[in-house]
Design a protein around this ligand. Structure first.
Ligand SMILES: [Zn+2]
Length: 343
């Protein structure tokens, strides 16, 4: 790397003679980057980083109506790497950020006429980061990625964009989400955008896609569109899992034979539940519910049971029998109190 001292010594050796000074008047520096009849302008931004420093440069490529191409270095910037050691990919991201800032400062110069802009970086990882939502990345990377995304978005001209809705006006949400831009579902661009969202979010399903779209846009008929995108995705169709189906056996005879209610029923306990006696200072008592389910009619009858003993269950059964006639068959999960009762 050339230091200031070496540069000064080279310059002084070049310009040391008086003879050179005489020809300074004839020295020209080309300031005008365009051509008189420029009809095609391209901006090319390059950036790269090393462990010690990172830099970027912006070139302007113009083409005249006769096809003559001129390339000029427009501007450049460099920075020394931070004292706190960063990994090379992070430094690469820093130089992309520097380029984005530089571009943002100068892009207004070319706001009139059509300008095509290209940014070139050799870091695959940075390119990958730039395609992510900044919120999913670490703070260092996410902040820079969102900056770059915001700085390099070109202004959309020639369109009248319609924003939707004002009912969420007071919600604590980003502006784009409160007033999403209205888009038609029939446009090829919109279809491509939804496909891109689908792939970028690891082949998200249609409902997730609708939610993602509505963070920024309101596509008319978006549910149909997202469903179409998911169904037409080769990857999703190929790897669609076959869901396991539960094998269901035939109903037992007791459930499909005509009978009076609760002639054949099942019983189980639920609880414990606290019963308050409404006496001051008295702790609530623990109780249970005996649930009788009729096998034929699916009717349910509940009885309060004071504890889990066989005796209490008998009492509940008696009360149940008094109301509905005693059942012929009772099915249960073989709990001790039921087994005791059957004995
Ligand atoms: Zn897919």
């Amino acid at each position: 790397m050339a230091t200031k001292k070496t540069i000064l010594s080279i310059t002084s050796s070049l310009f040391d003679s008086l003879a050179t000074l005489k020809s300074v008047s004839s020295l020209t520096v080309p300031c005008y980057c365009l051509q008189p009849d420029t009809h095609n302008i391209q901006i090319h931004g390059f950036c790269d980083a090393s462990i010690r420093a990172y830099s970027c440069s912006v070139y302007l490529r113009t083409q005249s109506s006769h096809g003559q191409v001129d390339v000029h270095l427009l501007t450049s910037k460099s920075r020394v790497a931070p004292v706190k050691k960063q990994s090379l990919p992070k430094l690469e991201l820093c130089d992309d950020h520097l380029l984005a800032c530089l571009y943002a400062k100068m892009k207004d110069i070319f706001s009139t006429g059509s300008v095509t802009t290209y940014f070139l970086t050799d870091s695959q990882l940075v390119l990958h980061w730039l395609q992510q939502y900044s919120i999913t990345l670490s703070t260092f990377v996410g902040n820079r990625v969102s900056d770059i995304q915001a700085l390099t978005v070109d202004k959309i001209t020639g369109f009248e964009l319609i924003n939707v809705g004002d009912r969420l006006g007071f919600a604590d949400l980003p502006g784009a989400q409160k007033h999403p831009i209205l888009l038609p579902s029939t446009s090829q661009f919109v279809l491509n955008y939804v496909r891109y969202l689908h792939r970028r979010n690891y082949h998200a399903g249609s409902k997730a896609l609708v939610a993602l779209i509505r963070l920024e846009y309101w596509i008319v008929n978006d549910r149909d569109l997202t469903l179409r995108v998911v169904r037409s995705c080769v990857h999703c169709v190929r790897y669609k899992p076959v869901l396991a189906q539960q094998v269901i056996g035939p109903h037992p005879a007791t459930r499909i034979t005509l009978a009076r209610p609760f002639e054949r029923c099942g019983v189980d306990f639920c609880g414990p539940i606290n019963i308050y006696l409404r006496i001051r200072g008295r702790a609530p008592t623990k109780s249970y519910l005996a649930v009788f389910v009729c096998f034929v009619t699916k009717a349910v009858l509940t009885e309060v049971v004071s504890d889990l003993s066989t005796h209490s269950f008998f009492n509940a059964l008696k009360r149940m029998g008094g109301r509905r006639k005693l059942p012929c068959d009772i099915f249960c999960d073989n709990a001790i109190n039921f087994v005791g009762a059957s004995n």
